[in-house]
Write a protein that binds this ligand. Structure first.
Ligand SMILES: Cc1cc2nc3c(=O)[nH]c(=O)nc-3n(C[C@H](O)[C@H](O)[C@H](O)COP(=O)(O)OP(=O)(O)OC[C@H]3O[C@@H](n4cnc5c(N)ncnc54)[C@H](O)[C@@H]3O)c2cc1C
Length: 546
């Protein structure tokens, strides 16, 4: 049976978040806190308090939580991100901080710490990054030296520095990664432990409401019962095991923040008259600043939903999918927020109109929980491996299901998504045979193309699915958006894909490669593009986001 809340309970949680935000985090207060670079610790503690208890969503029912699933976490993350990404980051930190215990803790540790977090509403921090170890965690230097008494291991002394830790100076509980003799290991440390010093919080570009601080560990004694899992050397596995889940959460941040920015821009464009008509009626405005961003955000939503449901249905790990969701949704959220400033002109540049803050805040989403480049690498590497395991047939085997969808639902762009997938198959195979991924850039670009094509395919499934959607757009508009996204994926393969493969292989026969990719069909698939964009722009005029 899928895990998670029933729809009614989930909707109640989302509306409770909106009510709480309206009361405790109104827009003018958020602007003031952002200006003053102040973390509203009292509000965070109330969010975790007995009246609200947002953290309970992440905690299994057995330990006093609500036992939310991945789909619930996505919806709640999106809702909080729409309010403020700094607050969302504080909640993410608790989720991340608990993760090593959830996936790797002993039954006693789970019982003890999750029950305490549930009951006491403890703020948690996740201490992994170091000054010399960001994307490359293997370079971590924080040491954990065993302490023996009467020949018996009683604990460890930790020494080192952690960098950029969310909730760093306010948390009650920390999970900290350190190198023990047996390898990377997570340790549970409580606030106030001797030798454990949170430093002055950072002065940041965005999410200024979130507390981000370095940690210094000087001979911090951690008792042996606080070694997560009870044995050394499990840290890296524990850190990576739930990437599918945690990256989905950050993907939902990109989606929520990006949607909010475009909604503000859309409402503005309905009111703002230039050259005799509201901006929303100007095609060059909507087709550059609003429609493409909405399409990418809705495509991200489709992919996040599909991945969340797969996780809730019990599929293992899904780390590649988590990376795809994070890459696509956070890049879409960033581009959308940037376009929203442009869409408001000079007003967009002023703090009063909110999009300026969203733009600064959403910037973090392509950096933390793995940068976009690390996502590209992860995706490229994983599908490269999958393709090798399937003797170069990975996408050739998936494409027929997308083609079959087109036969059943001819209006969602599945034919174009399938064309893009078959072109991807050709490019991946060419790269394999010619060993082009010895160029790191080609492997990373491959990750980007894989993401676009897999999201396009997921979007067509979502658009064709008759079930009710979370999307604010009616089903016919979602179908148009799905066609638009499939065309975008096709254009990416036809232009960028060919560009880099050909650019990396001087011996390639361009005519043969183009024919194998079915380039004329990919180009012809752009027919109807402007009409479809007109359709979405018209729908935008009818939708109210206020
Ligand atoms: C506001 C904020 C909150 C954070 N919260 C937490 C937290 O709670 N807990 C925690 O542990 N960490 C946290 N982090 C750290 C965050 O996860 C790291 O900043 C991130 O993983 C990147 O590491 P780095 O900053 O060292 O950059 P680097 O790893 O040095 O990367 C710099 C650039 O190089 C690129 N790059 C890196 N490696 C490669 C490669 N092999 N090939 C090509 N390009 C590469 C990156 O994509 C990036 O563009 C936070 C960071 C910030 C800014």
């Amino acid at each position: 049976m899928p895990t998670g809340l029933d729809t009614e309970t989930l909707n109640m949680v989302v509306s409770a978040i909106n009510d709480f935000a309206a009361q405790r985090l109104p827009a003018d207060l958020l602007r003031q806190l952002d200006h003053e670079d102040a973390c509203p610790e009292d509000v965070l503690r109330d969010m975790y308090g007995p009246q609200f208890g947002v953290h309970l969503l992440f905690i299994p029912e057995a330990y006093g939580g609500m036992g939310g699933g991945a789909h619930d976490v996505y919806r709640v993350s999106e809702a909080i991100a729409r309010v403020d990404l700094g607050v969302a980051s504080a909640v993410l930190a608790t989720f991340l901080g608990l993760d090593p215990i959830v996936v790797g803790g002993t039954p006693e540790q789970r019982e003890k710490w999750m029950s305490r977090v549930a009951e006491e509403g403890l703020l948690v921090a996740y201490g992994v990054t170091e000054p010399t170890a960001g994307s490359d965690l293997a370079a971590s230097r924080t040491r954990a030296d065993p302490v023996h008494e009467d020949g018996q291991l009683i604990g460890y002394r930790l020494n080192g520095n952690k960098q950029f830790i969310t909730n760093g100076s306010i948390a009650d509980l920390y999970t900290v990664l350190a190198v023990a003799p047996g390898g990377f290991t997570f340790f549970i440390i409580e606030k106030g432990a001797e030798g454990f010093h949170p430093e002055k919080p950072e002065d940041k570009h965005g999410i200024r409401i979130s507390d981000t601080a370095p940690l210094t560990l000087e001979d911090v004694f951690v008792p042996v019962e606080n070694v997560v899992g009870g044995v050394e050397g499990q840290g890296m596995v524990q850190a990576t095991e739930v990437f599918g889940y945690t990256r989905l959460m950050v993907a939902a941040f990109g989606l929520g923040a990006g949607m909010k920015a475009i909604e503000i821009a859309t409402e503005y464009a309905k009111e703002r008259v230039q050259a005799g008509a509201p901006l929303i009626e100007k095609q060059a405005y909507t087709h550059k600043l609003l429609v493409p961003h909405l399409v990418r955000l809705e495509a991200s939503r489709a992919y996040i939903e599909e991945t969340a449901r797969r996780i809730d249905a019990g599929e293992a790990a899904l780390n590649t999918e988590g990376a795809i969701a994070k890459l696509v949704a956070t890049e879409a959220g960033n581009a959308a927020a940037d376009a929203a400033i442009q869409a408001l002109g000079g007003y967009g540049y002023m703090k009063e109109y909110e999009v300026e803050k969203i733009r600064r805040d959403v910037r973090i989403t392509t950096i933390y929980e793995g940068t976009s480049e690390i996502m590209e690498w992860t995706i490229g590497r994983d599908r490269w491996r999958d393709n090798l395991q399937q003797r170069g047939q990975y996408y050739a085997r998936v494409a027929p299901s997308v083609e079959a969808l087109h036969a059943a639902a001819p209006d969602v762009g599945a034919d174009v998504a399938a064309l893009a997938m078959r072109a991807l198959h050709v490019l991946v195979e060419h790269a394999r045979v010619q060993r082009l991924t010895r160029n790191q850039h080609v492997l990373f670009r491959l990750g980007e193309w894989v993401a676009a094509v897999e999201v396009a395919a997921a979007f067509t499934r979502y658009a064709a699915d008759p079930r009710e959607k979370v999307s604010p757009f009616p089903p016919d508009v979602v179908k148009v958006m799905s066609r638009l996204y499939a065309r975008e994926a096709g254009a990416l393969l036809a232009c960028d894909g060919l560009r880099w493969i050909y650019g990396a292989d001087e011996t390639a026969d361009l005519a043969q490669l183009s024919a194998a990719m079915n380039l004329p069909a990919l180009q012809a698939a752009q027919r109807g593009l402007v009409d479809d964009m007109d359709h979405v722009a018209a729908a935008l005029r009818d939708i109210s986001f206020v």
